[in-house]
Design a protein around this ligand. Structure first.
Ligand code: GMT
Length: 415
């Protein structure tokens, strides 16, 4: 593993202390840190990129680095106080409002905050999650502080590459910010390939999302399970932000197909625009009494531990973090054969991949996965692959190595 020496001063960056300490109104002292000081920029809302960024901040702290999470509110998986003692700090972006502004200038406010945190906390680099608009803000912030002191790493998460980032209204700015980034990563080979093509980037490094196998493991709770399901009923689970691409209606349709053959219930975890539609569909299909909407859950472990099969019939999914978290808890996955999902789920081994909108196919796959002997083998293999291929011990060294590389390269370039 990469070793990081103590907070050794780096050539060319010595002056930043004075420059930043001069900024009034920041009440906290910089956190003493033996590793790298990393700014992490993300969306705080329920959603994969914010979850990955939050887990990364925690994991970096565990490894002796300091993580400074920058967003407009505390990310939902970051405890308000709990993480603060662990070298994870939160910095809120303050967005000005003024009658003239029909749209709040968030991109500028974020750049301002990144630069302020970089100076005051002496960040070694900033790592933005989701390019829109974070990469633009980070590159601007880098120009505002001493450029040799603030490498920018941008991680693409999905719709920033397939949807929002390629909107003609912002595409050129996003492309520019990616080209200006010191490194661009993507969470799957499929997304990396897509990004190279649509943004015409030479190098996009694939670094998979990860799970902590120690905290995320199956913990049986028969009493809790019995509140949702009779002893003979299978528990199907879907967890998402219920955006249209998640096809929450298809989750309900798959349940309806399954209950024609055997008893089952469905837990719907999370919240979002299509939750109401899914509920009405459950009523229309006569399965509403078997569908439990359990809302947003900060700790997914108890929920995943109730499940027998995880459903993710999305139209698009660059990785499918929910699927990986399910696998870590011994839950086979039935999902669409799109984007990065085939890199996470091995068809017929840790779950089943079926074409998007293939309700009957997915229903049949759920029944196959629930066959007792097959289920036991798949559950075990799902956990094994999650740990072997995606655990923190495998992925974090790749991120640390990338950080060391970009820090060294930028400093060497400026000497
Ligand atoms: O791309 C998005 O819609 C946002 C993003 C999010 O914040 O939820 O989701 C993406 O990032 C996750 C973490 O890397 C991936 O697991 C999801 O597959 C991906 N979503 C899509 O590609 C639709």
């Amino acid at each position: 593993m990469t070793e990081y020496g103590a907070s050794s001063p780096v050539s060319g960056c010595e002056g930043r202390d004075e420059a930043c300490r001069a900024r009034p109104g920041v009440g906290l002292k910089p956190v003493p840190c033996l590793g790298l000081r990393v700014g992490i920029v993300c969306y705080p809302s329920q959603g994969g990129s914010g979850v990955v960024a939050t887990e990364l901040a925690r994991e970096l702290a565990r490894r002796g680095h300091c993580a400074h999470v920058i967003s407009y509110q505390v990310p939902f998986r970051l405890g308000r106080f709990g993480d603060m003692r662990e070298n994870v700090a939160f910095h809120q972006v303050e967005v000005p409002s003024y009658p003239l502004f029909q749209y709040p200038p968030y991109t500028v406010a974020l750049a301002n905050k990144i630069a302020e945190v970089a100076r005051y906390e002496q960040l070694d680099l900033v790592h933005v999650h989701y390019a829109v608009p974070h990469a633009v803000s980070a590159v601007l912030a880098r120009s505002m502080v001493l450029p040799q002191c603030l490498p920018v790493v941008t991680t693409l998460h999905g719709t920033d590459t397939t949807l929002t980032g390629v909107d003609p209204g912002i595409r050129d700015a996003i492309t520019w910010s990616l080209r200006q980034s010191d490194a661009v990563t993507a969470v799957s080979d499929a997304l990396a390939e897509n990004a190279r093509r649509v943004f015409q980037l030479d190098a996009v490094r694939r670094i998979y999302n990860f799970i902590d196998p120690v905290t995320l493991r199956r913990r049986h709770d028969r009493e809790l399970r019995s509140r949702f399901a009779a002893a003979d009923a299978a528990v199907l689970l879907h967890a998402s932000n219920f955006r249209p691409i998640k096809n929450a209606g298809d989750v309900v349709r798959i349940l309806a197909a399954v209950v024609r053959e055997r008893p089952a219930v469905l837990l719907m975890c999370g919240d979002g625009p299509e939750a109401g539609t899914a509920h009405r569909l459950a009523l229309d299909l006569g399965v509403a009494d078997r569908v439990h909407f359990i809302g947003v859950q900060e700790d997914m472990c108890p929920v995943l531990s109730l499940a027998d099969v995880f459903l993710l019939p999305s139209s698009e999914e660059s990785f499918g973090l929910g699927a990986l978290e399910a696998m870590a808890c011994e839950v086979p996955v039935v999902c669409s054969n799109v984007g990065g999902l085939p890199e996470v789920v091995t068809d017929g081994v840790t779950g089943f991949l079926r074409p998007v909108r293939d309700i009957e196919g997915m229903g049949t796959a759920v029944l196959a996965a629930l066959a007792p002997e097959r289920h036991a083998v798949m559950a075990k293999e799902a956990r094994r692959q999650a740990v072997h291929r995606f655990s923190t011990s495998r992925i974090l060294p790749q991120i640390e190595a990338l950080y060391a590389e970009v820090v060294a390269a930028r400093r060497a370039a400026e000497v």
